[in-house]
Design a protein around this ligand. Structure first.
Ligand code: FPP
Length: 241
């Protein structure tokens, strides 16, 4: 493969289409989630080998609790398995794992797994892999606003000097850069309450491919799309030579 220049530092993914993938095969929706969770590790490895340093996947949104209990249970069990596996694998592949989202609603054993994994991988220098779990963009902003309000009450904030970067430091993503590229599988042009603040200037790539079918060729297409973009962040092009 030709070398791709201009690789995004941070890729965010909305892994959509697991249900449709299963339906096409006359399988229960949960089989789609199982297939979808299996490819996550491979995509992490491929992305890192192509130069991506941060990868964030939307595994469970604040709205996903509305799904049938059995489906929620299956996704949580897949996450349990995944996190358990990650504890062993992150040591081997040097991946640093973080979880964003509101944790208190998650089962206690999952909260403990997350703590253990974040602690065990915190000095790893490979891919920064983040799982959005019980995550909502609005919820992230609201929790950040509450924390900032408490700090204001405690006299820790000078309102007039409070800037975007100061607010961003209260978000779950405080120590990771904003995504450069958002990939959404299975054809829908929606942000679905993903990182509302952080995606402000991200390029968006939507593919019809269903998440369990996403592979290296599809990742290459998304990266090539990004490489061809002209990012101006609201300014104008200055290298008009
Ligand atoms: C969207 O497909 C997918 C989800 C809501 C869950 C994603 C979860 C996983 C891939 C499993 C666990 C994650 C990790 C990180 C191991 P959908 O059900 O909305 O599909 P549909 O739109 O076709 O119904």
């Amino acid at each position: 493969m030709a070398e791709v220049k201009n690789v995004p530092l941070h890729v965010a993914i909305i892994m959509d289409g697991n249900g449709r993938w299963a339906k096409k095969r006359f399988l229960p929706r949960t089989a789609g989630h199982a297939a979808g969770s299996k490819i996550v590790e491979n995509i992490c490895e491929l992305a890192f080998n192509k130069g991506v340093k941060y990868l964030t996947v939307y595994a469970f949104s604040t709205e996903n609790w509305k799904r049938p209990d059995s489906e929620v249970k299956t996704i949580m069990n897949l996450l349990r398995e995944y996190l358990k596996d990650c504890i062993k694998k992150s040591t081997k592949n040097n991946m640093r794992i973080r979880v964003i989202g509101e944790r208190s609603r998650l089962d206690e054993d999952i909260q403990n797994q997350i703590k253990e994994l974040e602690e065990a991988s915190k000095n790893n220098t490979g891919l920064n892999f983040t799982v959005a779990l019980n995550y909502g963009g609005r919820d992230d902003i609201l929790r950040a606003a509450r924390k900032a309000a408490h700090d204001y009450k405690d006299g820790k904030i000078d309102i007039d000097a409070f800037e975007e970067k100061d607010f961003a430091a209260y978000l779950d993503t405080k120590d990771i850069p904003d995504p450069d590229l958002l990939i959404r599988t299975s054809g829908e042009f929606r942000i679905s309450n993903y990182m509302m603040w952080q995606l402000a200037y991200s390029e968006i790539y939507v593919t019809d491919v269903l998440w369990p079918d996403f592979n290296e060729a599809e990742l290459d297409k998304a990266l090539a799309y990004f490489a061809a973009r002209d990012r101006r962040f609201g300014g104008i092009k200055t290298d008009n030579k």
